[in-house]
Design a protein around this ligand. Structure first.
Ligand SMILES: [Zn+2]
Length: 303
């Protein structure tokens, strides 16, 4: 996941009124540009060396089943390369929240969730239901209910099939990635910012392409709003007080200054709009919470 390549209005406004931050912003942009150029040159050079790129897949053969399969393979790789948390209480919490949200979604995916030991404020759900939460986000979220809101949002991207065209395209173009895989470890040193990118660069092929497309994903504002709404429905059905979703954005914004953090902070209806909408949706989601077979309120306190 690239954390530093986006600028929202809030951050830009702040950066421009602060000269030292403006320099930082320019420096970050230059770094990104440098990586992009190296990445492009490496890719072009290798496609040149390999003579021709033979396509073995027609676009219409890249269906959802295939996307989920490649997502699952790249998930195994990322998890294998990650340090998993050994904190029993937190692992248990993340697993129970993940599985409750999964069940509430009604989607028959092959669900999995892991708690990765990392200072990053991150959480995600791949197509087909492979999820991860990073330990860094837990102290910011403060409650199990807030964690349910975040997992609900991420799961909604998967169940609503956001970004599927991009994933299909990435798998279709897998041979270009496979050509890069030859010196992927070297290229990864220059190109990759995230641990996921480095893990995936070494497997290459369709799974690597799928994984990279996923970790570089950018959803539209409409998709973000949709994930907010559906995520709040899932958490309510799973028995978590849906009003807790409103608190999440406040806590995240305070912790990150509006920038960085998990993908839901990076493409953005502004925090204010987001909180307003989540409050309006309570008229729909509160009754779902009332009907939930078991209610947990805001759940356990995380720390
Ligand atoms: Zn999102």
């Amino acid at each position: 996941m690239s954390k530093s390549c986006h600028v929202d209005e809030f951050v830009l406004g702040w950066e421009l009124t602060n000269p030292s931050s403006l320099l930082l912003l320019i420096e970050r942009k230059m770094k990104k540009l440098q990586r992009l150029i190296i990445g492009l040159m490496t890719g072009l050079m290798l496609i040149g060396c390999s003579g021709k790129v033979v396509r073995t897949l027609a676009p219409d053969t890249v269906d959802e089943k295939r996307i989920n399969l490649e997502a699952s393979r790249s998930y195994q790789q990322v998890i294998a390369e990650s340090k998993l948390s050994k904190d029993k209480r937190l692992v248990e919490m993340v697993k129970r929240v993940g599985m409750r949200i999964a069940k509430a979604s009604g989607e028959p995916f092959d669900w999995e969730i892991e708690l990765i030991e990392s200072p990053e404020l991150n959480a995600w759900c791949m197509p087909g239901g492979k999820m991860a939460v990073y330990t860094g986000i837990l102290p910011v979220l403060k409650t199990e209910g807030a964690l349910a809101a975040v997992i609900g949002h991420e799961v909604a991207h998967a169940t609503r099939r956001h970004g599927m065209n991009g994933y299909a395209q990435a798998i279709e173009n897998q041979l270009a990635t496979a050509a890069v895989a030859g010196i992927a470890v070297l290229a990864a040193e220059f190109y990759c910012e995230s641990q996921e990118c480095k893990a995936l660069a070494t497997i290459g092929g369709a799974a690597g392409a799928m994984g990279l497309a996923f970790f570089e994903r950018k959803f539209s504002r409409d998709d973000e709003t949709d994930a907010d709404r559906i995520g709040q429905i899932y958490m309510a059905k799973a028995g978590y007080a849906p009003a807790e979703a409103i608190e999440v954005w406040e806590r995240m914004a305070q912790a990150t200054g509006g920038d960085g953090g998990p993908e839901f902070m990076s493409t953005h209806p502004s925090n204010k709009n987001r909180k307003q909408r989540l409050s309006q949706w309570l008229s729909e989601t509160k009754p779902l919470y009332e009907k939930a077979p078991q209610k947990y309120g805001i759940g356990e306190t995380i720390f």
